[in-house]
Design a protein around this ligand. Structure first.
Ligand SMILES: N[C@@H](CCC(=O)N[C@@H](CS)C(=O)NCC(=O)O)C(=O)O
Length: 142
């Protein structure tokens, strides 16, 4: 499988790590995001999202880091993605939270408000909570 990735990208890194750790048959092609390699027509022609990570085999293309991780892990029978439904469900739960809760809070609230404190986009996003109050579990007393 060919993997298009840039180690600077937080969504590429887990896929690169799984490939390196498991020894899966993955050929990595470096997509230099800072140089705009993902915006080149040659890349956009094969990867419709013009983002990375993305993967491709002869007859199968897959985007989304979470989907690629699960696919690779399933294909090689990685113990990091167990077959037991309950164990797998707990892993899916965490991965879903990363892709929704964490990235939403980190991207829309933490980064956006840090980089653009007066940003209208922040208001439009509906972000009103602090990341720590929404992301961290509430502690119980006693
Ligand atoms: N939800 C996607 C996000 C992919 C994504 O946005 N990757 C970023 C790097 S972290 C990217 O390629 N950005 C380029 C751009 O948006 O122009 C995933 O998990 O794979």
């Amino acid at each position: 499988m060919k993997l298009y990735a840039d180690p600077i990208s937080t969504t590429s890194r887990p896929v690169l790590l799984l490939a390196a750790e498991s020894g899966a048959d993955v050929e990595v092609e470096f997509i230099d995001l800072f140089k705009g390699a993902h915006m080149q027509p040659s890349y956009a022609a094969i990867i419709r999202t013009a983002a990375c990570p993305a993967s491709r085999t002869v007859n199968f293309r897959l985007n989304e880091s979470s989907a690629i991780l699960k696919y690779v892990a399933d294909k090689i029978g990685s113990p990091t993605y167990p077959k037991d439904p309950k164990k797998r469900a707990k892993i899916n739960e965490l991965m879903d939270w990363f892709n929704t809760g964490l990235y939403r809070d980190f991207g829309l609230q933490f980064r956006l408000s840090a980089d653009f404190p007066q940003s209208e986009a922040r208001k439009r996003s509906g972000a009103s909570r602090q990341p720590s109050s929404s992301a961290a579990p509430k502690r119980r007393r006693g």
